[in-house]
Design a binder for this molecule. Structure first.
Ligand code: AMP
Ligand code: MG
Length: 310
């Protein structure tokens, strides 16, 4: 796979968050094919994956803050946005002065990075706007024979995309996309408040954080137990965080993401279940909102975008 990447080919590979569609980040022609295959607009910048801090320093202007968070959370599900060096092609950053960097933890991704000895641009391996792939067959299901090389590393451990933190202004670190690493995790390391940008309109620097994203074809909405419970109507699927218990019988339209209500497990299974439901011909998918804590925030963020108006 590393020879293919060095030769400018695309390879889909597993990370601990979701499957990525990788290309040599220093080869603009190869990166251009990522945009074509995904149908991704050129204004949406790509995350660059590196083996570690040393490789990151060659691509971005490193800082004390970057050093602290990378030491704490790399390799892992944290992407750091910093000012870019000239070596990074403009295509990758969509013409921005910043670059987004991550060192993934998945052993296969690390092995490929070690062997190919180049940074890898790798957005999620799905058509633009659709659900990210969390199993190897999801890549083939939605990108078909446009991607001929797929490394199968089993189901992804986290199942939601990385946390993105912007450290360009070290005094005011901002989360551009919530993920497994939370604001509290970052605050504990940085020793200062970390804000979370909530609306796409607040982040002209991250045009990829579109209001509607990560969505199945089937219309989707969120429900919560504190809101009035509507009676079942029509042809809709209900997705619970936890397996329903008690006397009420479970219907063919009832699904759950975790046996015991674990948020980590729910996040891990979310995209795979939504992909399955998307093929079952429901008119609506209702998904239970998670408590706004830990990975529940990333889960709610993705579902809110999946539910946003077309
Ligand atoms: P994906 O690779 O599909 O998970 O999405 C990558 C996302 O990372 C983009 O949609 C942007 O929101 C964000 N991103 C990538 N590069 C930058 C950058 N230079 N500055 C800010 N956000 C970025
Ligand atoms: Mg994506």
């Amino acid at each position: 796979m590393s020879e293919l990447l060095r030769a400018g080919e695309l390879v889909a590979l597993p990370t601990e968050t979701v499957y990525g569609l990788a290309a040599d980040a220093l080869n603009p022609a190869a990166c251009a094919r990522i945009f074509t295959v995904k149908g991704r607009p050129l204004i949406d910048p790509l995350i660059v994956h590196v083996a570690g801090k040393e490789a990151a320093r060659e691509l971005a202007f490193w800082s004390e803050e970057a050093e602290s968070v990378a030491t704490a959370f790399w390799p892992g599900p944290l992407t750091i946005v910093l000012r870019k060096r000239a070596i990074v092609p403009d295509l990758i950053t969509a013409g921005r002065p910043s670059v987004a960097l991550r060192s993934p933890e998945h052993p296969l991704a690390r092995e490929v990075l070690r062997r190919c000895r180049c940074p890898l641009a790798a957005p999620s391996a799905n058509p633009f706007g659709y659900l990210s792939p969390t199993e190897a067959h999801h890549v083939r299901d939605s990108l078909g024979d446009q991607v001929t090389h797929i490394l199968d590393g089993g189901p992804c451990r986290w199942g939601v995309e990385s946390t993105i933190v912007d450290l360009q202004e070290p005094v005011t670190p901002r989360i551009l996309r919530p993920g497994a690493i939370t604001a509290e995790d970052l605050e504990a390391v940085l020793g200062r408040p970390v804000t979370t940008v909530t609306k796409a309109t607040d982040t002209p620097e991250a045009p990829g954080m579109l209001e509607r994203h990560y969505s199945p074809q089937t219309p989707l909405c969120l429900f919560s137990w504190d809101a009035p419970h509507l009676p079942p109507t029509g042809n809709r699927a209900r997705v619970y965080l936890k397996k329903p218990e008690g006397s009420s019988p479970v219907g063919r339209e009832d699904f759950w993401l975790s046996e015991n209500g674990s948020l980590k497990e729910a996040a891990r299974h979310l995209y795979a279940l939504l992909r399955r439901l998307d093929r079952m011909g429901f008119g609506l998918i209702e998904v239970e909102k998670a408590p706004d804590e830990g990975i529940g925030r990333a889960y709610n963020d993705r579902l809110r975008r999946a539910a946003a108006k077309r």
